[in-house]
Design a protein around this ligand. Structure first.
Ligand code: SAM
Length: 358
């Protein structure tokens, strides 16, 4: 940046970010967007919106100034009425992708990031201690606090549902394969693996903390895959279950620093027989950090909100780490950023490796 003015203008955008974020999200939460949507573009005054949402007309006007400025909503001076503008172009799928992220940023990030500096300084998720009196990482906390699991889980399921068709398109499974989904959360990855890979006699096992078992089994029943999917409870740092041909590790290695990534990869290597395969799916930093928004999100998210460690790496780094842990890397592919919807934040990579010797 060449001038102080350009730098100052950037700082202004950073100062305004959290306020804009909550103003927009609140308009959804207050029902203002739904009411305007229900009115089918006819236009509503602040008083009509207020009557329909139960908030004061003055507050409606204040909350909608920003949305009018951003062309999300239009305002007709002559009739003093509001109608959806930019937002009306978003499909239910678009909103189903964006809104879980916004809710997660509110519930998981905004409050905890107040303590980012302390979390980085101490290597602990200080926000969890301050807000919940909880010592540990976010994933442990989410098993105890349903509102954290609900908000984060909706975002995670959305990311998994979005990325998994690409992931499974790159996954080769033989008939009769026994697949282990390491850190498989409440089983969505196992369900999708079974659905996407139409091979004979496939069995997918979700491995995660024991607290996830009940919800995972319920998910398997709800999707009618209970005979093909199962659950093992445990901690990956204690041991990785044996007896599987293929191990999937999705959205997990990025949560840890190098030392712990090596512990996980070595644990998986030990659990597999020679010839066994591992498929890693991770958010990655592109070789040119400026080409995506990954670094805008992940460092603060991992250090301040969830783990107080970890964060994505470049795909070339993951390849080196897998080789260092005994795998022969057979494939490494990155998502094509230009083919992704503009709101999508993580850019993913898949790295596939084979255990070639004991
Ligand atoms: C970011 S989520 C990824 C979930 C899933 N793989 C997906 O792609 O949707 C990380 C998962 O790791 C699990 N996890 C965290 N630490 C773990 C550990 N030490 N052992 C087993 N699972 C763990 C969490 O419970 C959580 O479900």
């Amino acid at each position: 940046m060449s001038s102080p003015d350009a730098v100052l203008a950037k700082f202004r955008e950073y100062v305004l970010g959290p306020l804009r974020f909550m103003n927009l999200l609140s308009c959804f939460e207050l029902g203002i967007v739904d009411v305007l949507k229900g009115n089918a573009g006819g236009g509503m005054t602040a008083v009509q919106i207020a009557d329909a949402t139960g908030i004061a007309p003055h507050s409606v006007e204040q909350m909608l100034y920003l949305l009018v400025k951003e062309d999300f909503v239009s305002f007709d001076e002559s009739s003093a009425s509001y109608a959806l503008d930019g937002i009306k172009h978003l499909s239910d799928d678009d909103l189903g992708r964006v809104l879980p992220w916004m809710d997660m940023v509110k519930v998981v990030c905004l409050r905890q990031l107040y303590y980012l500096t302390e979390s980085v300084r101490t290597g602990k998720v200080v926000g969890l201690k301050e807000l919940y009196d909880f010592e540990g990482n976010f994933y442990e906390a989410s098993t105890r606090y349903p509102e954290l699991q609900a908000s984060w889980g909706a975002m995670m399921d959305q990311v998994t549902g979005f990325i998994d068709p690409w992931f499974f398109g790159n996954l080769d499974l033989p008939d009769n394969a026994k697949v282990l989904d390491v850190a498989g959360n409440t089983g969505l990855g196992a369900v999708l693996a079974y659905r996407h890979k139409r091979v004979e006699n496939l069995h997918v096992t979700c491995f995660d903390f024991p607290e996830k078992e009940a919800e995972a089994l319920e998910n398997f029943r709800a999707h009618g895959v209970q005979d093909h999917c199962s659950f093992i409870g445990g901690d990956v740092f204690d041991s990785v279950p044996k007896g599987f041909d293929v191990v999937m590790i999705k959205h997990f290695l990025d949560m840890f620093d190098k030392e712990n990534v090596f512990r996980i990869l070595k644990g998986v290597h030990e659990a597999l027989d020679v010839g066994g395969q591992v498929y890693v799916l991770v958010p990655i930093y592109p070789e040119d950090v400026k080409s995506s928004c990954s670094v805008d999100f992940f460092p603060a998210y991992f250090l301040g909100c969830t783990m107080a460690q970890g964060g994505p790496q470049k795909i070339s780094t993951y390849e080196q780490w897998m080789e260092a842990c005994g795998f022969k890397v057979t494939k490494a592919v990155s998502q094509d950023i230009s083919a992704m919807p503009p709101d999508v934040i993580p850019v993913h990579g898949i790295i596939c490796g084979t255990k070639t010797s004991p």
